[in-house]
Design a binder for this molecule. Structure first.
Ligand SMILES: Nc1nc2c(c(=O)[nH]1)N[C@H]1C(S)=C(S)[C@@H](COP(=O)(O)OP(=O)(O)OC[C@H]3O[C@@H](n4cnc5c(=O)[nH]c(N)nc54)[C@H](O)[C@@H]3O)O[C@H]1N2
Ligand SMILES: Nc1nc2c(c(=O)[nH]1)N[C@H]1C(S)=C(S)[C@@H](COP(=O)(O)OP(=O)(O)OC[C@H]3O[C@@H](n4cnc5c(=O)[nH]c(N)nc54)[C@H](O)[C@@H]3O)O[C@H]1N2
Ligand code: SF4
Ligand SMILES: [Mo]
Length: 663
């Protein structure tokens, strides 16, 4: 028996340090690593029994060929040799007839490890396949932040311990950033007050001192309302604005007068007294800290909304005050030279791009795609406009290969289904996007069954396709070690021996990391002349016909659609719709009753839960569930749209309206 360090591979900002106990080639216990500077020895309930995922009886263990109808999930085992031969002969024929752009890779962050995440990039670049724009998460948030701050690093989460006023803004901390709760508790001990700004009263709202319920997609107006009050009350930091900020005068003269508190209260659905209280608390705080989630960014105005919220710490000079600032994303990935894995030098100019939020459209309206290769993602469940995605996946002429750990909704549509390893069976270098830590995860157990890691499969495919390049003679371990070496010039001061040892490795932050601003002008750019409009302003969402705003928030039990394989986590209610009792009365809906939500894209069935945690006109569901976990035909993404954000071409998952009907 031995205990090895590892790291949580999932798409979660915490990137927890793990201690894995291994006996006879099996992981028997997984615990938190107390040495991790942010996650500090605890895990979320999902990962506390990661060994149940790793050794689940549901793991795919051999390559499979489809024998039933697409979607039926009926397969027969085949050998790896047969699978690789079939893929290469089908792809060669497709390339000869339709060109390499007829092949589309589709992936996201099933694993966050740099090597396995980007393992197939080089192969598909080299083939000249269609390129996927990986936009499903929150590029609009990234854009909105960068529009104001450039590449300035966000404030480290542990600094919030020294803040006296913390805003949890569109983030369900207890579900998606659990370990920040330690910092919240420490800050609170020192007298800090915590505000939660969300569209419904989540469990995170219950943790806060104050809850601000905001109308979906109107946070930009809310930010302007706060700025209006700060300006009016003389609570801005004039000295800081003069020295470090471009465009404050323009904003104060041209934009803020349009957003008096009474108007903002009406737009955002926030009582005027609450708006004032929030603005005054923020303005009077010694070191206000904003933890900005992604909720506000998944709307047609998502980048602009983020841009407006990012103006707040500039107005009060929160940057550089110990405990103050804003954390959007920690960007620790910068420490690695990811091109070592991605091989952008193999990219071919002019190839077609497909935005992953528009997979449904790409597979249905555009029959040029003849083969789809899915890995590290489950688009049949997680991509918007599910009916379109499923119609595309059902196409008989689409040769679909899925590389997966489990029989997911997408895997059911595969022509060839290939078994993938879990993180405990593969080598990789990781980073966190919510705190400043790097870590390597070295294989702790051998591959389960005949599963192959993304990288090992990429090497097999490259060779079989005749790509004779020494790049594919390297192991994932060798690539990880090159990534470690690359940190030396990119982020000075990293303890690379510690990183190599597989233990959590803090990224040293320079003392002025959020006191100097990495923009073109060297100042925070409230006015950004490269953008139109140069000054940020609220963009109202166009009116939609349907009666209810539909918010589909994360669920604590799963992560996107990952962990649906675990019976003990997903037992019980999955498709629950939170409805305010007043709306329920109007529509004759009772608690526990079946109810359908529908719009022009489709219809999903839920169990109604009557609750004042939402407000009239707004319904809420949590989680993206596998079809086998729900009683109806479709999960939530049958309702969501392929429309993109204002900037960044990102997803608009929460920008949805529905009508309700009791069943
Ligand atoms: N348990 C669990 N953990 C997860 C995930 C999960 O699904 N489950 N997903 C992972 C992934 S991929 C990501 S990107 C991160 C995301 O982590 P976060 O950014 O923290 O969470 P989001 O899901 O983007 O949204 C958080 C909140 O935004 C709220 N919201 C929606 N619209 C608005 C709005 O207009 N204004 C405001 N103020 N709030 C709004 C939602 O109600 C929700 O509570 O979490 C990761 N961690
Ligand atoms: N309605 C709604 N939809 C959403 C969201 C929402 O809030 N609401 N959130 C969106 C967000 S933020 C995101 S990021 C996306 C994420 O959506 P997806 O990218 O689909 O993420 P997961 O559902 O976690 O699926 C990841 C899959 O990768 C597999 N996997 C894990 N490790 C490996 C590996 O090493 N190799 C291979 N080949 N496979 C592996 C897992 O078994 C799992 O099935 O979902 C989006 N969808
Ligand atoms: S899912 Fe997030 S909170 Fe849970 S163990 Fe992984 S990194 Fe930690
Ligand atoms: Mo995400």
């Amino acid at each position: 028996m031995k205990t090895l360090p590892s790291v949580c591979p999932y798409d979660c900002p915490d990137a927890c340090g793990l201690l894995v106990t291994v006996e006879k080639g099996r992981a028997i216990k997984v615990a938190g690593d107390p040495a991790h500077p942010f996650t500090r020895g605890t895990l979320c309930p999902k990962m506390a029994h990661y060994e149940r995922t790793v050794h689940s009886p549901r793991r795919l263990t051999t390559p499979l060929r489809r024998v039933g109808k697409k979607g039926s999930g009926e397969f027969t085992p085949i050998s790896w040799e047969e699978a690789i031969n079939e893929i290469t002969s089908r792809w060669k024929a497709i390339i000869a007839r339709d060109g390499a752009e007829a092949i589309l890779p589709y992936s996201y962050a099933g694993t966050m490890g740099v090597v396995q995440h980007g393992a197939f990039h080089g192969l598909f670049y080299r083939l000249g396949a269609s390129e996927l724009d990986r936009t499903i998460c929150s590029p609009a948030k990234g854009r909105g932040y960068a529009d104001v701050m450039g590449t300035t690093l966000s404030t480290a989460p542990q600094e919030a311990q020294e803040s006296d006023c913390i805003l949890l803004w569109s983030t369900h901390t207890l579900a998606t950033n659990l370990h920040f709760r330690h910092d919240l508790a420490a800050a609170r001990k020192n007298g800090a007050k915590i505000w939660c700004i969300d569209t419904y009263r989540s469990k995170t709202a219950d943790l806060a001192d104050y809850f601000v319920s905001v109308r979906p997609g109107t946070d930009g107006a809310l930010a302007l309302g706060i700025l209006h009050i700060l300006h009016g009350e003389g609570l801005t930091d004039r000295d800081f604005l003069e020295k470090h900020v471009l465009g404050w005068e323009g904003l104060a003269e041209k934009i803020l007068p349009k957003y008096p508190p009474e108007k903002v209260a009406a737009i955002a659905g926030v009582p005027e007294e609450m708006l004032r209280a929030l603005a005054l608390a923020y303005g009077h705080a010694r070191a206000p800290f904003i933890r900005l989630g992604s909720g506000q960014s998944r709307y047609r105005n998502g980048a602009m909304t983020t841009r407006l919220i990012t103006c707040l710490p500039a107005a009060v000079g929160a940057w550089g005050k110990k405990g103050g600032g804003l954390l959007a994303s920690a960007n620790a990935s910068r420490a690695y030279d990811v091109d070592i894995v991605h091989r952008p030098d193999w990219r071919q100019a002019g190839v077609r791009h497909v935005n992953m939020c528009q997979l449904g459209e790409a597979l249905t309206a555009d029959s040029r795609i003849k083969s789809l290769f899915v890995y590290s993602s489950n688009p049949a469940c997680t991509a918007p406009d599910q009916n379109k995605v499923l119609a595309g996946l059902a196409r008989e002429d689409l040769f679909t290969v899925v590389h997966e750990r489990f029989l997911t909704d997408t895997a059911r549509y595969a022509d060839l289904l290939l078994p993938a390893t879990t993180s405990l069976e593969q080598d990789d270098a990781y980073y966190s996007y919510g705190n400043y830590t790097l870590q390597c995860g070295w294989a702790a157990i051998p591959p389960v069954g005949e599963s192959l890691s993304n990288w090992d499969l990429a090497c097999r495919l490259a060779k079989a396709l005749g790509i004779d390049d020494a790049f594919y003679d390297q192991s994932a371990r060798m690539l990880s070690e090159k990534l470690i070496a690359s940190t030396k010039s990119r982020w000075p001061g990293i303890d690379t021996d510690l990183l190599q040892s597989g233990r959590p490795t803090p990224l040293p932050l320079p003392t002025d990391y959020n006191r100097t601003f990495a923009t073109k002008s060297g100042k925070i750019e409230i006015r950004n002349n490269t953008l139109s409009p140069a000054l940020p302003d609220y963009m109202p969402l166009p009116a939609d016909a349907e009666g209810f705003a539909f918010v589909n928030a994360p669920d604590m039990r799963i992560l996107d659609s990952s962990f649906n394989e675990r019976e003990e986590l997903t037992r019980g209610n999955t498709m629950v719709l939170l409805i305010h009792p007043e709306d329920a009365a109007k529509f004759h809906i009772t608690d526990g009753q079946r109810v359908t939500a529908q719009n022009e894209r489709g219809e999903a069935t839920f169990t109604a839960k009557l609750t004042a945690s939402t407000v009239p006109g707004r319904v809420v569901s949590e989680g993206v569930w596998w079809r086998e976990r729900i009683s109806g035909e479709h999960s939530v993404n049958v309702l969501t749209s392929q429309r993109l954000t204002d900037e960044g071409a990102g997803s608009t998952f929460y920008d949805v309206r529905v009508n309700l009907q009791a069943k």
